[in-house]
Design a protein around this ligand. Sequence first.
Ligand code: FES
Length: 165
Amino acid sequence: MPNHESKPPAALGSGVDRRAFCLGALAAGLALASSGCGGGSAADPMPGPAPTLPVTTTDTKAGLLATPNGTTRDYRNQGSFFLVRDATGIYAMTAICTHLGCTVGLSSGGSLLCPCHGSQYDLAGANLVGPAVLPLAHLEVTEATPGGFLTVNPARPVAAAARLS
Ligand code: FES
């Protein structure tokens, strides 16, 4: 004779299963957040939390000053910024678009292009094409030690005319 005893389904009925479900959902959410919100890395232009910790680069002042004007070092994967050498020195500039925070990319023509909505900036960060209406922020750049590698502090914006020379 078949057993017709009715038992509640194991899934979603008990506290343990709900807890397991919620932990799984939390883990999935964290995985999604970490993959989609990595600070807007070069590989993923979507907005994420802006970096705030200083980053020591692999460039020195002397080395970068010895390069031609317009030389751009790409540090989007380490701290979402560029190091640029121009006629008056070296500056660091964020790669975070002022529209909604995507990571801008370098175009072959030397300008910076945001892949999300098409904003465009020149190499000094001035906005050329919207929807962004503000320029890219310039960041403090110093030598970690005299003659040593350059350190960029994303938490310390500086005037666009500031140069290390
Ligand atoms: S986030 Fe860059 S144009 Fe919208």
